[in-house]
Design a protein around this ligand. Structure first.
Ligand code: KG4
Ligand code: ZN
Length: 362
């Protein structure tokens, strides 16, 4: 890499702050340039579905090696598509956890190298938090406070979002994440990977009342999807044992309806208890068409303002990382060169001390 012109103020000639966001926590190599935390100038996502599909799930070593091959190309494409020279970039934001450690390390190391050689700060970003920030993308009216459900392949968290840097978890899954259940049920039904979109499609032709699947009765705002997942898999296996044709569409529709009911009920319980009049959705499962339409309808009839990222910003992308990094950048929360990747990085519950491992020295 050649030497760069430093941009210490971080504000370009137009008075804008441009952040390059890099995301490699799982199986997407993604980079994006975002202006002032909200306007996406480019969003490059190199998906690895084809590499992992044959195994029916993500193979961590394949994922990290593929990130290594794709990272430079993806970042260069993001800069080129944004029409932005690197001198205009104020900082590099990168996911440093949670996720697959080998995958995280590729993005993190690359972002450190860019920050160092371009002489700009780099900022490690919590991936779960970044999902929430997808709601700010292309949306100038979305501002905290609001209640936000993050539902992805690895996480199911319900957050009270008071401010950009003041978020507390009030519930999370005790076992499987919602997306994980989608992926496992899809695989057992013989549908493709990733399972969420496959179930979403199949369910459109199925009867959501054909099967009555169990809903875990969890306390307060916690979730559990492993019992539901096992119940669905048992039903599928019974058809297989009896050599009977599996009613794929009906099972997909009934399973999806059960998950959506559980998620929406928890959101509305939280809205009522905490008095929020705004709700937001985030994470890969937030792309689910039934979840979006049921929540839209329920929020509309209850006078709740609802934010939902476009589906492309629900699944993993670099724009949400850049948006999250932008708000850290404004506060001067830069990361140190010794920052590590944290595969289990999480959020503490309300009332506990919040440690922010994104900050140097934490
Ligand atoms: O947020 P994400 O891209 O990665 C993680 O941080 O985990 O979420 C991926 C998850 C996968 O489990 C995938 O099956 C699920 O999101 N997903 C969906 C849909 N699109 C993606 N689940 C339900 N319906 C969808 N349309
Ligand atoms: Zn994610």
């Amino acid at each position: 890499m050649t030497a760069s012109v430093p941009n210490p103020a971080g504000i370009d000639v137009n008075g804008d702050v441009l952040v390059l966001g890099i995301e490699t926590s799982c199986d997407e190599t993604a980079a994006s340039v975002v202006k002032n935390g909200r306007d996406v100038l480019s969003c490059e996502i190199s998906s690895q579905f084809d590499q992992h599909r044959v195994y029916g799930g993500i193979v961590p070593e394949i994922a990290s090696r593929r990130h290594m091959e794709l990272i430079e190309y993806t970042v260069n494409e993001a800069l080129a598509c944004a029409g932005v020279k690197r001198e205009r970039v104020a900082c590099v934001a990168v996911t440093n956890g949670p996720g697959l450690v080998g995958s995280l390390l590729v993005g993190l190391s690359y972002a450190k190298a860019l920050g160092f050689s371009w002489n700009i700060p780099f900022i490690g970003v919590n991936h779960i938090k970044a999902h929430i920030f997808a709601n700010f993308i292309g949306n100038d009216v979305c501002v905290p406070p609001f209640l936000c459900l993050v539902v992805s392949g690895g996480h199911t968290h319900l957050f009270k979002v008071y401010d950009y840097d003041r978020l507390t978890v009030i519930g999370r899954t005790m076992d499987d994440a919602a997306g994980e259940a989608f992926d496992k049920v899809s695989r057992t039904l013989g549908l493709t990977y990733p399972g969420g979109p496959a179930i979403d499609n199949a369910a459109k032709r199925g009867n959501p009342k054909a099967f009555s699947f169990p809903k875990a009765n969890m306390k307060e705002y916690d979730f559990s999807f492993s019992g539901l997942k096992s119940a669905v898999i048992n039903v599928i296996n019974q058809y297989k044992l009896k050599n009977q044709p599996i009613p794929v569409e009906d099972i997909a529709a009934s399973f999806q309806q059960t998950v959506v009911d559980v998620l929406c009920d928890k959101i509305f319980k939280g809205l009522a208890e905490y008095g929020f009049n705004k709700a937001a959705l985030a994470g890969g499962v937030a792309a689910n068409s039934l979840l979006r339409s049921v929540l839209r309808e329920r929020c509309h009839s209850n006078g709740i303002e609802l934010y939902m990222p476009l589906p492309v910003y629900c699944t993993d992308n670099g724009a949400m990382t850049a948006s999250c990094g932008y708000y850290e950048y404004l506060k001067g929360n830069y990361s140190g060169i010794n920052m590590n990747a944290f595969p289990n990085l999480t959020f503490s519950f309300e009332g506990e001390n919040q440690c922010n491992p994104n900050l140097t020295g934490c």
